[in-house]
Design a protein around this ligand. Structure first.
Ligand SMILES: Nc1nc2c(ncn2[C@@H]2O[C@H](COP(=O)(O)OP(=O)(O)OP(=O)(O)O)[C@@H](O)[C@H]2O)c(=O)[nH]1
Ligand SMILES: [Mg+2]
Length: 524
């Protein structure tokens, strides 16, 4: 995937319409060009080779614990079909997920220095994985060294013009920038590259929209999308109509983008605000249902273990390995959006629940964190947090930090003990595993695939969960089968024996149940 850079001295028709910074000296430009070319080719080769990307190479590998993966069938059947989507005409009729992202070129910046360049590459590879998860084909990837993003065009107009050439030569229809662009930057860049420009935030929102399944999840994503869209309304409508009309000139605004368009935008804004208010009410109304279930579990003394971590770290695989839940596992980012709760038991029979949560990503759009707040808050009263990390990723520490940044916002999280679960040990570099282990106070090394370390993980969970404190040995009359049932459900190592006068129970239960049992116990 190479491209021929154009002669930097060729004047570009609309460069003057671009941002300041367009007038650089020829020498400077040539140097920058050589730089960019070398970096671009290097990065492209690696991005497309997919070495150490956020996703592993190839198709998803399933284990027996993953079950039938019925969700996956459904997911695949929902895949975007190339060429079918229609261009947007009216922004209020947009279902955002219909954004046409089919053949994309990625761009990113780094501020100089070896480590900054490496980070930018990892981030760009992740962006490639995100784009592919959204259903597009990644054709090329470019990184520019630049101290700060250009306020006008993000890349600086010279580099942007070069990007336009790459876009044209590979036949891309979309550029994805590895950042959140200001509305004006997006528009200015679009003017130069002549195809749609999308940012990381929009891409992540697009994936969430494709993957949301529950009513609550869908409402949360739509709310986040509208929040993102609101300040961008004008530019969006403009550039869409410009593209639809095929007018690609610098100044050529499409029909309907002037005059009456202004009023229309006002109208659109109002409609969007109304819709957002409605969604907020809906989401608030749905929370109590979840809350009731949660309190129910709590009342029955069933502690919860929350599984959280970076996207594609193997959270769902781990849940499946621990419980045979058959939850969707996919070599894709954000496979899981709706929290799944599964029951499990410790070796000595104590029940607990495991919650699989939405994955995190660097620069998780704040609109999404807001929208998913009620879901995330459940992690706050877990008895234990299993923070799953993909130990085979080139930068596991960066992923841990990104996850903790989001987690830190959740009330109550500071009191939840956290264990770092270094997953994918079967393919990870032992040196990296060792390095992370030394940094983290509590960690366990596992592989959901090979089963390595799973016994240790189970033990760790068992040790961490509250132990029922009261030792019992009593006989419960047969009329109170319900209490016997509860003792089995919530107690530890409870054994029963059938006697003439009732059921003899031995084991440990919690305080409240012990009191009830004592009250009904028959003298033996
Ligand atoms: N080699 C290897 N691959 C694994 C292991 N655990 C999970 N995977 C793979 O990693 C990919 C992601 O697994 P998931 O369980 O879907 O990851 P997740 O953290 O739930 O991802 P999201 O829901 O997208 O955030 C899948 O292709 C799994 O087969 C492991 O121990 N070893
Ligand atoms: Mg998952």
């Amino acid at each position: 995937m190479t491209h021929t850079p154009t002669n930097p001295d060729t004047p570009r028709p609309d460069e003057s319409a671009g941002a300041p910074g367009a007038e650089t000296s020829a020498g400077e430009r040539r140097e920058a060009e050589r730089d960019a070319q070398a970096i671009a080719q290097d990065v492209v080769a690696r991005v497309l080779a997919r070495a150490g990307t956020a996703r592993s190479e190839g198709a998803t590998v399933h284990t027996v614990h993953d079950g039938d993966q019925l969700d996956l069938e459904e997911r695949i059947s929902l895949r975007r079909v190339g060429g079918l989507s229609t261009e947007l005409e009216d922004v209020t009729e947009v279902e955002y997920r219909q954004l046409r992202l089919e053949r994309v070129v990625l761009v990113g910046l780094y501020s100089g220095g070896e480590s900054a360049a490496r980070d930018a590459e990892v981030s760009l590879r992740e962006l490639a994985a995100l784009a592919e998860t959204a259903g597009s084909q990644v054709l090329d990837g470019l990184l520019q060294r630049r101290q700060k993003p250009d306020p006008g065009t993000y890349l600086g107009s010279g580099k942007a013009a070069e990007l336009a050439d790459v876009v044209a030569s590979v036949g891309a229809d979309t550029v994805v920038a590895d950042t959140e662009l200001a509305p004006s930057q997006r528009r200015a860049l679009e003017d130069i590259v002549k195809v749609k420009v999308v940012d990381r935030t929009a891409l992540i929102l697009d994936i969430f929209a494709q993957h949301a399944k529950s009513r609550e999840g869908k409402a949360q994503v739509e709310l986040a999308q509208l929040e993102y869209l609101l300040p961008r309304l004008r530019g969006w409508g403009d550039s869409m109509s410009r593209q639809a009309g095929g007018q690609v000139g610098g100044q050529g605004a499409g029909m309907g983008s002037r005059g009456p368009g202004e009023t229309k935008i006002e109208l659109d804004r109002r409609r969007i605000r109304n819709r957002m208010a409605k969604l907020r009410r809906e989401i608030a109304a749905m929370a109590p249902g979840r809350e009731t279930k949660r309190l129910d579990r709590k009342r029955h003394g069933v502690p919860n273990v929350a599984i959280a971590g970076y996207t594609n770290a193997g959270k769902s695989s781990l849940l499946n390995a621990l419980t045979d839940a058959g939850v969707l596992v996919e070599n894709a980012l954000f496979a899981t959006l709706d929290p799944t709760v599964r029951r499990a038991r410790t070796e000595d029979g104590r029940p607990y629940t495991l919650t699989d949560t939405v994955g995190f990503v660097r620069h998780l759009p704040h609109q999404l964190v807001e929208a998913f707040r009620s879901t995330l808050e459940e992690v706050g009263d877990a008895a234990l947090l299993l923070h799953v990390v993909d130990a085979s990723h080139p930068d596991p520490e960066g992923q841990i930090a990104a996850v903790r940044e989001v987690l830190a916002e959740i009330p109550g999280i500071a009191d939840v003990p956290e264990v770092i679960v270094l997953n994918k040990a079967d393919v990870a570099d032992p040196a990296v595993v060792g390095r992370v282990q030394r940094r983290e106070r509590r960690s366990v090394v596992v592989s959901a695939h090979s089963g390595e370390g799973m016994a240790e993980l189970r033990e760790l969970v068992a040790a961490e969960l509250p132990q029922p404190q009261v030792e019992i040995d009593l006989v419960v009359p047969y009329s109170r089968g319900d209490l016997v049932h509860r003792a089995h459900e919530t107690g530890g190592s409870v054994v029963e024996e059938h006697l003439a006068e009732g059921t003899r129970l031995r084991g440990r239960v919690d305080e409240a149940l012990a009191v009830e049992l004592e009250r009904v116990a028959v003298a033996g």
